[in-house]
Write a protein that binds this ligand. Structure first.
Ligand code: ATP
Ligand code: MG
Ligand code: FE
Length: 336
């Protein structure tokens, strides 16, 4: 069956079409440019952009697949977490499509979508895996079973800033622009990751903390900026983040006797993170799974992917009274 997935939790309007776990079409529209001068996403600006983009993006996704709206069997939509006003636009559209087509609606957890994106590139997940979700607003180490059926267990989270947030804030400190992740990655190319030893802050066995690292970079930059290549600062910061993320993820796998690590979310697009994770997983006999970079950042395909898993599992359908949950905790893939 064909699932239409809608994503609108932040600044990307995404629509994806997945048939029985296979990505058959997608389209993406972003309001990122409109937020650049503010240095971060402005909720009302994002919501209005979703309103303008949603229907054209859905049409574009259908066109890319050579399909019609009437071919859609299920609608899946991000119900949280994210910006309330942005979520509401996607949710309203999802309900309208479901109601007018007479098909069931699934409320999807955005972060489960990030994880499910991996199945579009690498096939079904194994029965047990460790998940590392690293995005703009979240950083979590998870124990995963069947994504559509089993509860999702948090082994650790960040005590303060998310990994992506750290990239964005440090990019601002170094005046590299927004969004910060890709900017830092670019700036770090050719830099020496061992030039400066920034702290590797952690909390507990599986927890993270990035706000102290950000402050350390800011202090260091204020004190030593003259004559020190930005590339070295960016590379050293990136190395600190990558080092803690990969060390804890591998630790979680070995502690739990689980031999698959799936990395997901916008920061999983980072080339240095992917390279170090690959190295450390190989050394520990762990299979690393990570979606291609374009499926790491927000998109509609990943939401359709969760929908497709829920269809296959006979998962719980959401009522049309479903409301957005801007701060939904990731305990299951669906939100009802
Ligand atoms: P969340 O998923 O937590 O609700 P979000 O949807 O805003 O937040 P994503 O779209 O998953 O976040 O990811 C965006 C984040 O990923 C931003 O912080 C961005 O800087 C970061 N990011 C994107 N590409 C890269 C990269 N190549 N290297 C590092 N970080 C990156
Ligand atoms: Mg975005
Ligand atoms: Fe996201």
């Amino acid at each position: 069956s064909l699932v239409l997935g809608i994503e609108s939790s932040c600044d990307e309007t995404g629509v994806g079409l997945v048939r029985d776990g296979v990505l058959v079409g997608e389209a993406l529209s972003s309001s990122m440019e409109e937020h650049v001068r503010f240095g971060g996403v402005v909720p009302e600006v994002a919501a209005r952009a979703h309103l303008h983009a949603l229907v054209p993006t859905a049409r574009a996704a259908l066109d890319s697949a050579g399909l019609k709206l009437s071919d859609v069997d299920y609608v899946a939509v991000t119900a949280g977490p994210g910006l309330a006003t942005a979520l509401q636009v996607g949710l309203a559209a999802g309900k309208a499509y479901a109601l007018s087509l007479g098909v069931p609606l699934f409320g999807v957890h955005h972060l489960a979508g990030h994880i499910a994106a991996d199945t579009l590139a690498n096939g079904p997940l194994p029965p047990h895996s460790i998940g590392l979700v690293v995005s703009g607003g979240h950083t979590s180490l998870l124990k995963l079973g069947d994504l559509a059926r089993d509860p999702i267990i948090h082994l650790g989270d960040t005590a303060d800033d998310a990994a992506g947030e750290a990239f964005d804030k440090v990019a601002r400190i170094l005046d590299l622009g927004y969004p910060g992740g890709p900017a830092i990655q670019r700036a770090a190319e050719g830099g020496d990751p061992t030039a400066i030893t920034f702290p590797r802050p952690t909390t507990g066995r599986y927890g993270f903390s990035f706000s102290g690292l950000k402050t350390a970079v800011a202090r260091w930059h204020a004190k030593h900026s003259a004559g020190v290549p930005i590339a070295d600062i960016a590379a050293s910061f990136q190395e600190a983040v990558v080092d803690v993320l990969t060390a804890k993820a591998v630790l979680a796998c070995t502690d739990h006797g689980i031999d698959t690590l799936v990395m997901a979310g916008g920061v999983a697009a980072n080339s240095r993170l992917r390279a170090v994770a690959e190295e450390r997983c190989a050394a520990a006999g762990i299979t690393l799974r990570v979606p291609p970079p374009r499926l790491c950042t927000d998109n509609g395909a990943m939401i359709a992917a969760v929908g497709s898993l829920l269809v296959a599992a006979g998962g719980e359908v959401s009522p049309l009274t479903l409301s957005a949950n801007p701060s939904a905790v990731l305990t299951s893939a669906y939100i009802t």
